[in-house]
Design a protein around this ligand. Structure first.
Ligand code: NAD
Length: 356
């Protein structure tokens, strides 16, 4: 089992180090190879995704990724910015399905900003399409407007688009995931305004005919944003496009208490995957030893389950994470009265101890 380890920038290096310790504490044989990505790779090689890093990722069974980015790179040309490394990996590895489970652990009910009765027992899965939509559609750019409200003015534009096979394959992923859960899919769109999302809705409905055992509901994205904080437990699997998924999955993260708890998996058609926490490089707390490593550790568990076919090892990690939470250990982002505040390394060490 070959794992490409790409810690990246900011807290990425701190949290990935803890996930690696947890993997090494399992009695499994891994080949772990580390490479630079993001701003760190730009500093060393002049590109956020050097060929050597991409090659390593392509040859590996899975990629364990930290986070990339820092405000100091905001002035670089877009293709050289750290975040382009993620887009490049998604593109070259064909990662089209992003899984973001949002689970509220009983011990963290108090860490969420929502009322306990709203989130207690929450277990939903957001599936975001990753390769299409307005993030990748061409043409895009800046120009002088020839029509619209202000002809002759500078303007910018992007293109929202989805092809039928793109929507079909993510719909299949969602229905199949729902079959292993509570058999309900909510497809989120903006069909009332956008042609692209009327098409999305039509295609999802067509694919649904192959999954009569799964309930399908359609919901507009504005309503979905509201329902996620009003009654999130009504959802089981939520499937949506790239942009809506980006936004809704961050919203869902706060239901669980902290974005520092939320793992994610991005898979291609061969179940090769990139596993990363849902958060970014958190430059505001980088180097302080306070970042929550649990999202990354839980991402490693997803990696064992989805790409490395080691479901028992995945469960061992998840059980160990629950155990440290039950012991009352908390990084500052999830800390509350009556619990013990610990740093990144202590949290990682506690998970390793619980594993053993
Ligand atoms: P962020 O997710 O890095 O941070 C948002 C807030 O959450 C911050 O206050 C941060 O301290 C906190 N936070 C995040 N992870 C945490 C953790 N594990 N433990 C405790 N607190 C945590 O988002 P941002 O501040 O908007 O972006 C910072 C940089 O990260 C930017 O350069 C952005 O482009 C990049 N980014 C990268 C990824 C990625 O690598 N996949 C994703 C999102 C943002």
């Amino acid at each position: 089992m070959k794992i490409a380890v790409l810690p990246g920038d900011g807290i990425g290096t701190e949290i990935v180090a803890e996930a690696v310790k947890v993997l090494q504490a399992l009695d499994l044989k891994f080949e772990l190879e580390t490479a630079l990505v993001g701003g760190a790779a730009y500093e060393a090689h002049g590109h956020p995704l050097p060929d050597s890093t991409l090659k390593l990722a392509q040859q590996a069974d899975a990629v364990l990724f930290g986070a990339v980015g820092d405000w100091k790179y905001d002035k670089l040309d877009r293709p050289l910015r750290p975040e382009q490394a993620i887009l490049g990996l998604r593109k070259h590895l064909g990662l089209f399905a992003n899984f973001r489970p949002a689970i509220c652990y009983p011990e963290l009910v108090g860490a969420s900003t929502l009322k306990p009765e709203v989130i207690s027992g929450l277990d939903i899965l957001i599936i975001r399409e990753l390769t299409g939509d307005i993030y990748f559609g061409q043409p895009r750019g800046r120009r002088t407007a020839v029509d619209g409200h202000f002809p002759g003015a500078d303007e910018a534009f992007d293109t929202m688009r989805y092809s039928k096979p793109e929507v079909e394959r993510i719909a299949h992923v969602a229905f199949q995931a729902a079959r292993k859960r509570n058999k309900k899919v909510t497809s989120v769109d903006k069909a009332n305004v956008l042609e692209t999302f009327q098409f999305w809705k039509d295609v999802v409905t067509e694919v649904h005919a192959q999954y009569p055992d799964v309930e399908l509901e359609h919901m507009y994205v504005d309503n979905a944003a509201m329902q996620l904080v009003r009654a999130p437990k009504k959802f089981d699997v939520v499937v949506t496009g790239n942009m809506f998924g980006d936004i809704l999955s961050d919203e869902a993260s706060m239901l669980t208490g902290s974005i520092g708890m939320l793992p994610s998996a991005s898979l291609n058609a061969k179940n090769q995957g990139l596993y990363e926490p849902s958060h970014g490089s958190a430059p505001d707390i980088a180097g302080k030893g306070v970042a929550n490593p649990l999202a990354t550790i839980l991402s490693a568990a997803m990696m064992l389950r989805f790409s490395l076919n080691q479901p028992e090892a995945a469960e061992r990690i998840e059980t160990a994470v629950k155990a440290v939470l039950a012991q009352g250990l908390r990084t500052p982002d999830i800390h509350s009265d009556g619990t013990t505040k610990v740093g990144t390394a202590d949290m990682g060490a506690a998970v390793v101890k619980a594993l053993r």
